[in-house]
Design a protein around this ligand. Structure first.
Ligand code: PLP
Length: 358
């Protein structure tokens, strides 16, 4: 049976992808050179569509990586000499912090229990921290950091760099890139593509920092795809190594489709579908929303406690043609996670609610 995937990545594919994939094959994109004008036009198109969709200004470049977790390493290498600072409240934000330790950075952490979120006024960033690492949407627990709080943190610590992991929410968060130095995502979540491409947005200020660090004898910013290398190729819409041309093409076309709908509409639809799901969880005797504080509840990954073992809920949904995510880690048996990405329609969300209420 054909399933509708409500899993928070890999997720339901965006409906137009079949047609774009067909076009890509017809145009033989799998065989073109990444040093050709044809490829440069594809990169440029995707860059333009993402700029429109996410409101990215000229001060920031847009680069392609293998995945989002690769960007954790790249940004730490390129933008931290000694110290980073991390807000941690779940598995993904924790891994970002772990990467910093693995790269022998002095990583500061402010940690909250699973399911709790952060407010700007409680954040104290240590004096020598150079990079503030934030996760807009903690996919493991369904907690969101509000964009106004992210912006407030940067206003308070204007000299420090701010990077936002928006992997399981982009294009939903309306980030102000005059207050965000870097942000990144991968395509298998809210962009509704198969996995295999990361997108890294980084500012001129990040580039300058990387160039400064590169001059120090004892310092490495990495060998593979340093920010200065990515940026110098980006000037002509090229990449240092042979990239995933097919996915860069598909991402541009899906971003174009989302732009045709309009980002404001996409955001409103996301909020409306989230409202339906949370209302159902609030009213139901069989489920409760996991995240207590409404202001911290994710709009794109909804986490619910289940009365019944979650395996039963998941298997019943599957028989009805819907795949929902398991709880994360120790919540595997008592929670479900529901992705609310642009690829799933109101009708599909209604069908899921009907199934869960059985
Ligand atoms: C999925 C996810 C990642 C990792 O993305 P990959 O594409 O698997 O590298 C990082 N951060 C968050 C918040 C995620 O949801």
């Amino acid at each position: 049976m054909k399933q509708t995937y409500f899993t928070p990545g890999p997720a339901e594919l965006y409906p137009t992808i079949y047609q774009h994939l067909q076009t890509a094959m017809d145009e033989q994109l799998g065989s073109i050179s990444h040093r050709s004008q044809k490829f440069r036009d594809i990169y440029k198109f995707t860059d333009e569509q993402l700029r429109t969709l996410l409101n990215v200004p000229e001060t920031h470049g847009i680069f392609f990586t293998g995945s989002a977790s690769e960007v954790w390493e790249r940004i730490l290498f390129n933008c931290v000499e000694h110290e980073s600072f991390h807000l941690v409240n779940g598995s993904f934000s924790k891994k970002f912090y772990d990467y910093a330790n693995a790269l022998h950075k002095y990583a500061h952490v402010f940690e909250k229990p699973f399911g709790e979120g952060f407010d700007a006024n409680e954040i104290e960033v240590p004096e020598y921290a150079e990079l503030i690492c934030l996760t807009h949407n903690e996919t493991s627990s369904g907690v969101q950091t509000r964009t106004q709080d992210i912006h407030k943190i940067k206003r308070k610590y204007a000299k420090k760099l701010v990077v936002v992991d928006m992997v399981s929410s982009a294009p939903y968060p309306d980030l102000d890139y005059s207050l965000v130095d870097s942000a990144f995502f991968s395509v298998q979540k809210a962009f509704g593509m198969p996995a295999g491409l990361g997108v890294w947005i980084a500012s001129q200020t990040c580039l300058e920092k990387a160039e400064r660090l590169q001059k120090y004898d004892s310092m490495t910013v990495g060998a593979h795809h340093t920010l200065p290398t990515l940026w110098s190729h980006y000037k002509t819409f090229e990449t240092p190594a042979t990239p995933n041309v097919l996915f860069i093409y598909l991402l541009g076309k899906i971003a174009e489709d989302l732009n045709k709908i309009g980002i404001d509409t996409i955001r409103k639809q996301t909020e409306e579908k989230a409202r339906m799901l949370y209302k159902f969880l609030d009213d139901s005797a069989d489920y409760t929303p996991f995240v207590q504080q409404e202001r911290h509840r994710s709009q794109t990954v909804i986490v619910a406690n289940t009365q019944k073992p979650s395996a039963d809920v998941i298997s019943n949904a599957k028989q009805a043609g819907m795949v929902v995510g398991t709880g994360y880690g120790k919540f595997k048996d008592s929670q479900i996670r529901i992705a609310n990405f642009p690829a799933t329609s109101f009708v599909q969300v209604e069908a899921l609610i009907k199934q869960l209420s059985k």
